[in-house]
Ligand binder design. Structure first.
Ligand code: NAG
Ligand code: NAG
Ligand code: NAG
Ligand code: NAG
Ligand code: NAG
Ligand code: NAG
Ligand code: NAG
Length: 252
């Protein structure tokens, strides 16, 4: 095991069959060992041998149990895909230590727990953060607004609660914001400011808060300043009273 596994791309398809994208014999040996470790699919004893891995794709399998803490040794990971499995429980703290990640896809599992309040300083390169279709709870930490590379934030279909951070629009590169089907809230006092903060997000294409029925009060007039590139604006099944604040009565 001398060769670094840099640029090795591991692809495990539907039945834990390893697709052949292997770059050298040593790497192949490591991969065979990896495969042998299934169903304990990320056994700590092999984790260290894969420590140069930059991309790990294990989405669309039947992985069960918790996300192994030993993944935390893969310090160089840029891409981690664990989506569409049956992973459960809280993600290990070590997952949030993978500071090189640009893409984290753990959507469509049974994961729970809340997001660390300091997530904003853990992933300086994060572009796509997909946690949708899980059982996450708690607030969306305001520090998310510090993940300045973020282009897509997918938190839909969880149980996130509280107000949406008012500074979220600091994420100027944001294109895709999915907060649909949570228990997020807003009222006339607080909660809608994040819409105003998006005035400068010129690349925003999708903004979906559908199905958060505690989004009450009036839509802020700063809606008019949302990006002209918007393709989807989802405000269905919320508790909104009137289309726009300050709107004259008599409209449709
Ligand atoms: C991992 O590497 C160690 C030493 O670096 C070696 O002893 C061990 O056999 C390797 N394990 C696998 C599964 O290749
Ligand atoms: C998850 O587990 C359920 C029940 O065991 C099973 O029906 C389903 O196919 C599994 N889904 C995945 C993606 O593994
Ligand atoms: C998360 O799910 C696990 C079972 O998968 C359960 O034991 C645990 O209590 C849950 N934790 C929270 C915070 O809901
Ligand atoms: C995460 O990283 C911090 C700082 O680098 C370190 O102190 C901590 O032990 C790590 N935690 C885990 C679970 O890897
Ligand atoms: C965001 O980062 C800035 C600068 O590092 C820091 O001062 C601020 O407290 C952070 N915001 C949050 C909500 O963590
Ligand atoms: C948009 O950017 C301008 C210029 O940098 C700034 O003055 C303004 O406060 C920003 N608006 C919002 C809502 O962040
Ligand atoms: C829209 O943006 C412009 C320019 O930043 C600002 O002057 C105006 O007040 C904003 N409109 C609303 C309704 O917030």
């Amino acid at each position: 095991m001398a060769r670094p596994l840099v640029r090795l791309l591991l692809l495990l398809s539907a039945c834990m069959f390893i697709s052949n994208l292997i770059t050298a014999e040593d790497d192949e040996a490591a991969l065979l060992a990896f495969k042998a470790a299934a169903p304990r699919w990320f056994h700590p004893s092999i984790a260290g041998n894969l420590s140069s891995l930059m991309s790990l794709e294990l989405s669309v399998n039947q992985l069960e149990g918790s996300i192994p803490a030993s993944l935390g040794v893969l310090k160089d990971l840029r891409y981690l895909g664990l989506a569409i499995n049956n992973l459960s429980g809280e993600p290990p703290v070590s997952l949030y230590n993978l500071s090189s990640l640009g893409t984290l896809q753990i959507q469509s599992n049974l994961l729970n727990g809340s997001i660390p309040t300091d997530i904003g300083k853990r992933f300086p390169s994060m572009q796509l953060l997909a946690l949708d279709v899980n059982q996450f709870t708690g607030p969306i930490p305001p520090s998310v607004s510090n993940l300045t590379s973020l282009q897509a934030l997918r938190f839909g279909l969880n149980s996130f609660s509280g107000y949406v951070p008012r500074t979220l629009g600091r994420l100027r590169a944001m294109q895709y914001l999915d907060l649909a089907r949570n228990t997020l809230e807003a009222d006339d006092r607080e909660g809608w400011e994040f819409i105003t903060s998006f005035s400068n997000c010129s690349q925003l294409r999708r903004l979906d808060i559908t199905g958060n029925n505690a989004f009450t009060g009036h839509l802020p007039s700063s809606m008019v300043n949302l990006s002209t590139t918007l393709q989807l604006l989802g405000f269905g099944a919320t508790g909104i009273k009137h289309p726009l604040r300050h709107r004259q009565s008599g409209g449709p």
